[in-house]
Write a protein that binds this ligand. Structure first.
Ligand SMILES: [Zn+2]
Length: 505
């Protein structure tokens, strides 16, 4: 070992063991890959050993999933492959002309550029730019009188701030086995352990159902929360909530889990909710993508299925045209508008409707329970919007007024929690139509009347990189809104059935 390497080892040891510098291991890794990989694995094993000596039991939860997390070598390997956003800029741009919109769309086609929202006239769009393009684009915007502001000149820093890498010792202090902290965005393994913990601890009201497997073989787990049959022993109405269809929208699974926590761990406070309604919640609809955002590319959106090679242009990384946009793969006007047939594109709709195991598993399960599911909710981020179908057409459905009424009640109660404003938006008035998405399918093909997409916090200050301090406030206000929605829909059903009985008499 060279003296230089010894120094490096010493500094890394201080950094990692004392948690003094949470980023330094990553910085050094770029330059000293081979050595650091070995070093981290050595340190990892040593810390595991110490935990076993002092605390007993298993330090790593047992998993039968083919996850990166289940392999002791892969944490460090994944770290080596991590996509760095060092020096990437996040710009907010306000296009006011058609030309500016077109130019932004063209900019979005460039490698390593991401438009976080589609460009619309007189509305801001958040754009990620690689370091080598940032100043040229800024000059261009200034020359063309296009308004913009810089939200960040180092995305990597936002990523690290959002979910700092903790030393294992600190992590162990913060986390009880099988518990989520609500102060960080947890990896898949913690989430699944938490669900298993709820199943074993609250077996009278919780069922864990594996509805299928992802393209990389991870289980898709729905939690069913129910206190049993209804008072008249008939099957109860149900609500479906899914989170994490888009991998990088971490607040979405976190909010789904918060709702689960409230209903299960505080079931006495929400007795009516689980007496009157069965809850089916799938916190991780895209488990492969979620793992990938934790281990390789924080801003990955799609699933991770294999696609055939394409000869066309590449969008993000020439080597990685994997994955399908799981919110473009549903069998409702599939791939007609606002979706791409290029596998390298972020909105790739897949080979066919339901070509993906994830959307097949979800849709089959929902169809099997179609007689009972009265509300379909899918959690996304960001922009604080409560969206109602249709997404792909400007036609109004017959339930438009009812959905508007119930949606308004939901966002009014949401606002009372923390004063947060959500816009209730009919997707048909949205200026960017999309097709093949889940809420349109749930409404049109399954007939679930109250079908909404909820775009969670924030309005773009952090976008997809929302700090974990916002998990609890976002969870509380959304849970309040969903309870209001559920209560309103149930009392409406009761009123209608009473009216129907009167007419029969
Ligand atoms: Zn989304």
């Amino acid at each position: 070992m060279q003296p230089h390497t010894n120094l490096l080892a010493l500094s890394l040891l201080l950094c990692i063991v004392n948690g003094l510098c949470e980023n330094c291991s990553r910085i050094e890794i770029d330059h000293h890959r081979g050595f650091v990989s070995t070093f981290i694995k050595y340190l990892d094993n040593a810390l595991d050993f110490l935990f076993q000596v002092f605390f007993g039991g298993e330090t790593k939860p047992v998993s039968n999933r083919p996850s990166e997390d289940s392999d002791s070598d892969t944490d460090a390997d994944a770290e080596l492959n991590r996509v760095s956003y060092k020096g990437f800029h996040l710009l907010r741009i306000w296009p006011h002309t058609d030309d500016a919109i077109e130019n932004l769309k063209m900019l979005g086609e460039q490698p390593r550029v991401q438009l976080w929202l589609p460009p619309l006239k007189n509305m801001s769009v958040d754009v990620i730019l690689p370091p080598n393009m940032a100043s040229a684009v800024k000059n261009e915007l200034t020359e063309n009188d296009i308004e913009y502001s810089i939200l960040s000149n180092d995305i990597e820093k936002m990523i690290v701030d959002q979910n700092p890498q903790k030393s294992k010792r600190k992590w162990f202090k913060d986390t009880k086995p099988s518990k989520l902290t609500w102060t960080k965005f947890h990896p898949l393994e913690d989430i699944y352990n938490y669900l298993e913990h709820l199943q074993s601890t609250y077996s009278d009201i919780v069922d864990l159902i594996t509805i299928g497997k992802s393209s990389e073989g991870r289980e898709m787990r729905v939690i069913r929360i129910s206190s049993g049959k209804s008072k008249d022993m008939s099957l109860k109405p149900a609500i479906w909530i899914d989170g994490g269809i888009h991998a990088r929208e971490w607040i979405s699974p976190a909010v789904a889990l918060f709702i689960i926590r409230q209903l299960v761990e505080h079931n006495k406070s929400y007795k009516n909710m689980i007496d009157d309604l069965d809850w089916y919640i799938l916190p991780l609809a895209n488990p492969d993508g979620y793992v990938y955002t934790h281990t390789v590319d924080r801003l990955w959106r799609k699933s991770r299925s294999e696609n055939e090679e394409t000869s066309g242009r590449y969008f993000w990384d020439q080597q990685d045209c994997k994955g399908v946009d799981l919110n473009r793969n549903w069998d409702h006007r599939w791939n007609e508008v606002g979706a791409s047939d290029n596998p390298c594109h972020e909105t790739y709709a897949g080979r066919a409707p339901f070509s993906e195991p994830e959307t097949r598993a979800m849709s089959n399960f929902i169809k099997e329970h179609r007689d009972r599911i009265i509300i379909y909710l899918t959690l996304h981020s960001y922009s604080q919007m409560w969206l109602m179908p249709w997404s792909s057409t400007k036609e109004r459905h017959n339930d438009y007024d009812d959905l508007l009424y119930m949606g308004r009640k939901a966002i009014e109660s949401l606002k009372k929690t923390h004063g947060t404003n959500y816009n209730l938006v009919s997707k048909q008035t949205n200026s960017y139509p999309i097709s093949g998405c889940s809420d349109d399918w749930a409404k049109s093909k399954v007939g679930i009347k109250y079908s909404y997409t909820i775009e969670l916090r924030d309005k773009g200050t952090y976008g997809y990189l929302l700090p974990p301090t916002q998990i609890l406030p976002t969870g509380k206000e959304i849970f309040t809104a969903i309870r209001t929605l559920a209560r309103s829909v149930l009392s409406n059903m009761l009123k209608n059935s009473k009216n129907a009985r009167k007419i029969e008499k």
